[in-house]
Design a protein around this ligand. Sequence first.
Ligand SMILES: NC(=O)C1=CN([C@@H]2O[C@H](COP(=O)(O)OP(=O)(O)OC[C@H]3O[C@@H](n4cnc5c(N)ncnc54)[C@H](O)[C@@H]3O)[C@@H](O)[C@H]2O)[C@@H](O)CC1
Length: 483
Amino acid sequence: MRRAWRVSDVRSAEKSVMAGLPEGTLMQRAAAGLARRCALLLDGTGGVYGARVLLLVGSGDNGGDALYAGAALARRGAQVRALLLTPERVHLAGLAALRAAGGFTTRDLPPRSELVVDGIVGIGASGGLRPAAAAIVRQAGELRGRGGARALVVAVDVPSGVAVDTGDVPGEAVTADVTVTFGCLKPAHVLGPAAIRCGAVDLVDIGLGPALVTGPAVRVPDAADIAAWWPRPGATSDKYSRGVVGLATGSAAYPGAALLSTSGALAGPTGMVRYAGSAHAEVVRAHPSVVVADKVADAGRVQAWVCGSGLGSGPQARTELRSVLATSLPVLLDADAINLLVGGEHAEDLRRDAPLVLTPHDGEFTRLAGESPGADRAGAAARLAAWTNAVVLLKGDRTVVATPAGEIWANPTGSPALATAGSGDVLAGLLGSLLAAGVPPVRAAVAAAYVHGLAGRWAARHGPVTAPDVAAALRPVLVDLLG
Ligand SMILES: NC(=O)C1=CN([C@@H]2O[C@H](COP(=O)(O)OP(=O)(O)OC[C@H]3O[C@@H](n4cnc5c(N)ncnc54)[C@H](O)[C@@H]3O)[C@@H](O)[C@H]2O)[C@@H](O)CC1
């Protein structure tokens, strides 16, 4: 698991570590790590000696890091030029170090560079990039180096222009090949469009760890987490002890949603899938192992319900929603079931002690919350989670999962391939199976999003992806993941 901390927590940690160290120690550690990574990149493109390196230097310590790293590269024979965005406000000691090592300042962008180091602004950024900085970023993005190859871009701490605590990209921003960050990850490295701007993220240990005393703002699961959380059958397991998941999905108008949620559920860890709804004939034809009924009341015992995908919005859909919410079981509400909550008709039904999981996409989120997720998607998901007392999985390129207590997870496996009709139905079924197998709701949501994302990537290797392809890819992905 990777963890990311907010700027205010990073600042407190830096302050407490700095109190016991000579001034500038942390910056020296940061710059040494940055220079090492830059040198490694240059080694792969013809070597450090003679390489043309352009430093984009802002007025704060982020620019200081870039200047000291530039000095280290200049000592190894690189031709280092620093473009100072505000020459009247620059890290003076850093600039002196660069000059002493043989580096220069420049007023204009040089015609060629092998490497651009973005030290315009780091965690001290406020708002979108100012116009002068935005213009430089635009031009620097076009730079080319040896043989006409695009210049490599290394961002210092975060790509300039991203919102560090939310992962939003409000305007012009650097797109980095590598982001070298210090002490700990920040939310922009793992959330939203900013995460994509980071490229590969390298974490340099500057000794902040023991001083990071607050909990992380965002957690990111890795394969080992998912494998550890995923239930496996044991020698004494039977179909009931593995959990039975119930699906109240699909309708005469949308039988496909029933089939897709069933496919997702069948790839999960439960021992049995029960389907309740008007698409029962189609479901059992396609999936003979599924036990079917035409309504929730007749479905038999389950350990969790999935309700909503393709359910429709008529009176029967409301009855089914009421039936699943009236149980004392974990319930996942998706798609139409989320839309049915809008307007408050089910407010009383939502007062329940058993776990609730909501899996909205942006449109459903906006209808239910009364506002779009906006720039701070994780914060928005956490607010909806607190309001509904549910675990909220907000779908997106970096799907976020939030709990009512404000714990936030970012899914790292997202794939554009998942932006296809019915892919959410597959996710709902899989997540429901994890709930029914006894996995705590937040882990079930995080694990389902992770595996679903991998399945999207897997399916995309074979061409354009449809939801059945995603469902079919769940099994090979799980074989890889769980061994
Ligand atoms: N504080 C520490 O102990 C350490 C800090 N380090 C570096 O220091 C950085 C933070 O330094 P600072 O606090 O000086 O802040 P930054 O250097 O990130 O940014 C502050 C400067 O950027 C300008 N600025 C702010 N918003 C802007 C915008 N939207 N467009 C253009 N310019 C903008 C401000 O005028 C200000 O002078 C970190 O990101 C990291 O790179 C590292 O050296 C590690 C140790």
